[in-house]
Write a protein that binds this ligand. Structure first.
Ligand SMILES: NC(=O)c1ccc[n+]([C@@H]2O[C@H](COP(=O)([O-])OP(=O)(O)OC[C@H]3O[C@@H](n4cnc5c(N)ncnc54)[C@H](O)[C@@H]3O)[C@@H](O)[C@H]2O)c1
Length: 380
């Protein structure tokens, strides 16, 4: 296996999922390249060192510009908050590095356009970490839809519900709470949770033409961790929108961090003329399938356990019947990225796909302000 030298930026939640994936992938997939954990970059040298020791990174950097300048790094992996995705990606592309960037791609469409232009100009392989595409049950849903088993699609319904910001005393900003600070996050649940739902939806059901949305900020002011002052909250706490897909189907999307009792309830349901599919992140190794072609006496929703050798990715894991989970979706994404390097056909979602999602979230946020249906810009 040839080395693929990784320079990771950020050691938080995603820094850990990516590091785990880089480490695991060679054990489960036969690939031309093997990730080598070359350097971890974070602003706090002590924390970066501790992370490097724990995960096996060979070196640390405290300035991402220095990381990008190194000639022993092939891939820049961005697992830092949204406000630095564009600057780092554009600099990394200019330096000829391959780029793996966390979602959402940019702060908004115009920023993401610059990121796409940079990777296209530099002709560097690129990918966005919309990992839910690589849950085997979700990949199977894509296969079933592409095989035409659902027939004409009428409805798409997605939700991503959490409940961790209900407490009014929770501050905004700083480590762990940057998601509540619009200057760092860009938006609230729209760019954070709905972006995942939109990426999956467009992958499964094609592009979205128009949207009409409503958003709400339930807690209007919170203390800011960095300034110590009580400041206005400018992210959307909840966001819901209706959409029309280019294939004529209708959709509803909803996301909130105020759904008491739900931690990460991402669900989608698709209804077509010949069948329906339903998937739930809390039960991620199952796909619910309804096939109208089944004999009427035994027709009904089937709960398919996605663990067999002919299910996507599963032959690489254990024996049939034994399930895998969240962490493995990132392993699959690294495997597909590497296979793309070998085949010359870049794995999706690319930066261009990430831009398409940013265009939808832009239209959602705009519609929530104008209270009108908004057209979604199309990627050229
Ligand atoms: N794919 C997914 O399912 C998924 C899930 C969670 C988060 N994310 C995305 O991943 C990114 C990171 O989120 P997280 O949950 O890991 O956040 P986190 O707060 O857990 O970690 C962020 C890390 O970035 C570092 N960082 C911040 N600014 C930096 C800078 N200028 N230079 C270097 N390091 C810097 C922080 O020190 C920290 O180590 C975000 O873009 C988020 O939207 C994606």
């Amino acid at each position: 296996m040839k080395p693929l030298r990784i320079g990771l930026i950020g050691y938080g939640f995603m820094g850990r999922t990516h590091s785990n994936a880089f480490t695991q992938v060679k054990n489960f997939f036969d690939l031309e390249y093997q990730p080598v954990l070359k350097a971890i970059c974070a602003r706090d040298a002590g924390k970066a060192k501790a992370f490097a020791t724990k995960w096996g990174y060979e070196s640390i950097e405290t300035d991402w510009k220095k990381l990008i300048a190194r000639d022993d790094i092939d891939v820049i992996d961005i697992a830092a908050p949204n406000n630095v995705h564009a600057e780092i990606s554009i600099a990394a592309a200019k330096a000829g590095k391959m780029i793996l960037c966390e979602k959402p791609l940019g702060f908004n469409g115009p920023e993401a356009e610059k990121m796409v232009a940079a990777v296209q100009k530099a002709k560097v392989p690129n990918m966005v970490w919309y990992n839910y595409r690589r849950v085997p049950a979700v990949t199977l849903a894509k296969q079933l839809i592409d095989e035409g088993r659902l027939g004409k699609i009428f409805h798409y319904r997605a939700k991503f519900l959490q409940d961790w910001t209900i407490n009014a005393d929770l501050p905004q900003g700083g480590a762990g709470l940057w998601r509540l600070d619009a200057k760092v996050a860009g938006s609230g649940v729209t760019g954070d949770l709905l972006a995942h739902c939109i990426d999956t939806a467009m992958w499964l059901n094609g592009s979205i033409d128009t949207v009409t949305a409503m958003t709400e900020t339930f807690i209007k002011e919170r203390k800011h961790t960095l300034t110590g002052k009580v400041q206005k909250v400018t992210i959307d706490d909840a966001s819901a929108f209706l959409a029309r897909f280019s294939n004529g189907s209708l959709a509803t999307f909803e996301s909130t961090r105020y759904a008491r009792g739900h931690k990460a309830l991402y669900t989608f349901e698709i209804n077509g003329e010949n069948g329906s599919l339903f998937w739930d992140l809390h039960d991620l190794h199952r796909l619910q399938v309804f096939d109208y072609k089944d004999e009427s006496k035994v027709r009904g929703w089937k709960s398919v356990h996605i663990t067999d050798g002919d299910h996507p990715y599963m032959k690489n894991w254990w024996v049939p019947g034994l399930q895998i989970g969240y962490a493995e979706t990132f392993v699959h994404q690294v495997a597909d990225f590497i296979q793309g390097l070998s085949s010359g056909k870049m794995a999706s979602p690319t930066f261009k796909d990430g831009l398409a999602t940013d265009y939808v979230t832009d239209a959602v946020l705009k519609s929530a302000k104008t209270m009108k249906w908004e057209k979604v810009k199309k990627v050229k």
